[in-house]
Design a protein around this ligand. Structure first.
Ligand SMILES: [Zn+2]
Ligand SMILES: [Zn+2]
Ligand SMILES: [Zn+2]
Length: 290
């Protein structure tokens, strides 16, 4: 075993590496088989020995967003995820984890549905789910590829920031709800009060907070970001299969109406909670390198 092992897939090559703001690095390999091999525990350990002692690594996952999952679905039951895989025609352990946008304990009383991130271990499984949907507790759920969103600094609330709160040079916090100079968690604004957004001009800022997914500045920055990333123009995760090269904009108008409803629905849900499992993917990432 190890990087020079005989079980290495033929032609395994590192195409390149990308360093991220928070110090992590994404390595791109020439094939799914090569990335899966590097992601196996012993090979990964051998690779990480070339980095700082605190470095950790993980394989890439393929993120999708599923809408209107019944809140009765229990993320903590592995057999339930296995049932989702089986009923969706997926191979076992192809779902690495499901995260509800809104933790169960924060869901409104009587809430029947929630949206979720579903991470897949390989692009093929993600594409099957996008194409056919999945079944949760017997209900069919639509699955879409998750598109990149502009990063927001939780201290200065700047959208499209190249820093996070821990690196923010602003001398004070900006409240995500009322624009005052305090932490959002210290805000005494109550439900139903007019929210304000520090990223929008004053006349536009009424009625929504910084985290609102319908914020005009958010939508503008998101569109700019997605224009720069070629993968966002595809409906699926592109593979060797030409059927996965379908243009995301080639959908009919009824589908676009469904998208509009989807965005309104997505606005009503909040943060994420995780129920997880391990698996292999095409790319992987090592963190903690100096
Ligand atoms: Zn900042
Ligand atoms: Zn406030
Ligand atoms: Zn705004």
């Amino acid at each position: 075993m190890g990087l020079l092992a005989a079980d290495r897939p033929k032609g395994t090559t590192f195409y390149g590496a990308r360093r991220h703001t928070l110090g992590s690095i994404t390595f791109h390999l020439n094939s799914v088989a090569a990335a899966s091999w590097v992601g196996t525990p012993d090979v990964l350990m051998s690779f990480l020995s070339h980095f700082d002692a605190s470095a950790t690594g993980m394989t890439h996952t393929y993120h999708t967003t599923a809408q209107f999952i019944p809140t009765t679905f229990d993320l903590s039951i592995q057999a339930a995820l296995a049932e989702v895989e089986a009923s969706g025609g997926l191979k076992p352990v192809s779902i690495r984890y499901v995260r509800f946008f809104k933790p169960v304990e924060q869901q409104a009383r009587g809430q029947r549905y929630t949206h979720a991130t579903i991470a897949f271990a390989d692009p093929g499984s993600a594409n099957i789910a996008i194409s056919q949907g999945l079944f949760f507790d017997g209900q069919q759920v639509q699955v879409k590829k998750t598109l990149p969103e502009p990063r927001r600094c939780l201290k200065c609330q700047c959208l499209g920031a190249n820093h996070v709160a821990a690196q923010c040079k602003s001398i004070h916090d900006v409240c995500a709800w009322c624009v005052s100079m305090h932490r959002t968690s210290e805000c005494d604004m109550g439900p139903g009060q007019d929210l304000r957004c520090s990223n929008c001009k004053p006349h536009e800022a009424w009625g929504h907070g910084v985290a609102d997914r319908q914020c005009p500045t958010f939508l503008e920055k998101q569109a700019q970001l997605q224009c720069r990333l070629p993968e966002t123009k595809y409906r699926f995760f592109p593979t060797d299969d030409p059927r996965t090269w379908a243009d995301a904009n080639g959908e009919d108008s009824s589908r676009m109406d469904a998208d509009k409803m989807w965005r309104v629905g997505a606005e009503r849900v909040g943060r994420m909670v995780q129920g997880g499992r391990d698996g292999d993917g095409q790319y992987w990432r090592a963190g903690g390198m100096d």
